[in-house]
Design a protein around this ligand. Structure first.
Ligand code: DNO
Length: 389
């Protein structure tokens, strides 16, 4: 094997991120993954604002490698209201990004909420803190706090019973905290309240997985010809966690879903953000096999590990620990990389809050030291594999 490496990148939330660009350089990353988080979802990213961000990144000796995310407006996902006008705005943003020299565009098609966890400070045996997803806590939120119609029917009866007991034991403060965590979303973006969540969920009353899938295909058919022409590479982020939650359909959970998306819209710009943390939270997903099959349609990678228990709850483990065989995934990605002219960017996705970061206010999952550890381990793994093949 020749020695083409993946490109080490780092998610940065912009000028308000407590992790500075200089910190990123010290952590050993070379590329930045970011977005204009202050632009309301769906509105156009202007060329001027994109360039301003790009210049800021380049002034510190880094490059803006990946856009994550250009968020899709809910009316596109539900194909209602001003859907077509939102798609036109999306295309304008894509044109502006291409004009500024950006190439890889991450997005997701998760209804209402982005990633979902039930705890952002789950204590690990070594004292560091991890992100955690627990079904009983989700049911506490869903059945008792959100009070979604018929929510209990979505959970096994023992989970419903435990949720009832747990809810009775929670103080108001604990309930507020749980609700805030479930609806946490992306740092620097507008927060949603329980009330607005109810409103947003209502819009999906008549949208099942098939409808959502056809809305995604419609969106992709509208934008991929432009992306092909501009040389852009789209990267759809899987659903996190890869399960239907809060009565919402999820359509990027496994290899069947990915196959459907790639086959329905075969344009070369249509690709995937291979997030090992999201896909890896489902025991049915064979990550190395998925990497092999998706192949050149992997336009970007998030490397992270989760550890499940028997009930399907999971915490985010160290990058090289957990249920996903990171060695096997890295090996697949490196085999793929050798066939490509450009490096696939990867970022150490999330990391534990640890060491001095425990005393700081950090973006959950995105503190510096935990990701620095993850990046160091992943780079070492990469080097070891490349030297031995
Ligand atoms: C969570 C992230 C996701 C991701 C978006 C991409 O940490 O991986 O929020 O950025 O889903 O659209």
């Amino acid at each position: 094997m020749s020695k083409k490496e993946l490109r080490q990148a780092w998610r940065w939330f912009g000028p308000n991120d407590p992790v500075s660009l200089q910190d990123v350089k010290q952590a050993g990353a070379v590329g930045i993954v970011t977005a204009l988080h202050h632009v309301p979802h769906g509105e156009v990213w202007t060329y001027e604002e994109i360039m301003e961000r790009k210049n800021l990144i380049e002034a510190s000796g880094l490059t803006w490698d990946v856009v994550e995310s250009v968020t899709i407006h809910e009316e596109i996902k539900t194909r209602t209201g001003d859907c077509e006008a939102w798609i036109e705005k999306y295309k304008t943003s894509l044109r502006n990004l291409a004009q500024a020299g950006l190439k890889i565009i991450t997005y997701n098609f998760m209804p209402v909420n982005d990633w979902t966890r039930t705890s952002l400070d789950y204590e690990m045996p070594d004292g560091s803190k991890a992100l955690y997803f627990n079904w009983v806590d989700l049911a506490v939120f869903d059945i008792h706090i959100l009070q979604r119609n018929n929510a209990a029917a979505a959970y096994p009866s023992d989970v419903v019973a435990q949720a009832k007991e747990r809810f009775a034991s929670y103080t108001q403060e604990q309930c507020d905290q749980l609700a805030g965590t479930v609806m946490f979303g992306i740092p620097g973006e507008k927060k949603i309240t329980v009330e607005s969540m109810r409103e947003k969920l209502k819009r999906y009353d008549h949208i099942n997985a098939d409808v959502l899938r056809s809305n995604l295909v419609h969106f992709l058919q509208r934008i991929t010809p432009l992306c092909d022409e501009l040389g852009l590479q789209l990267a759809i982020h899987p659903d996190d966690p890869p399960y239907d939650i809060l009565g919402l359909p999820r359509i990027v959970k496994n290899m069947d879903d990915v196959r459907f998306i790639l086959q329905s819209v075969p344009n070369k710009s249509n690709g995937v953000c291979f997030c090992t943390g999201s896909f890896g939270a489902h025991p049915g997903n064979d990550l190395p096999a998925m990497a092999r099959e998706i192949g050149t349609r992997i336009h970007f990678a998030h490397l992270r590990n989760t550890k499940r228990d028997a009930e399907g709850n999971f915490f985010e483990d160290d990058h090289l620990a957990g249920d996903t065989d990171m060695y096997a995934v890295m090996k697949e990605l490196l085999i793929l990389q050798q066939t490509l002219p450009e490096s696939i960017p990867f970022r150490p996705d999330h990391g534990h809050q640890m060491i001095d970061d425990l005393k700081k206010v950090t973006n959950p999952g995105y503190s510096c030291i935990g990701r620095l550890r993850g990046l160091a381990e992943l780079r070492g793994l990469q080097l070891g594999i490349l030297r031995n093949t």
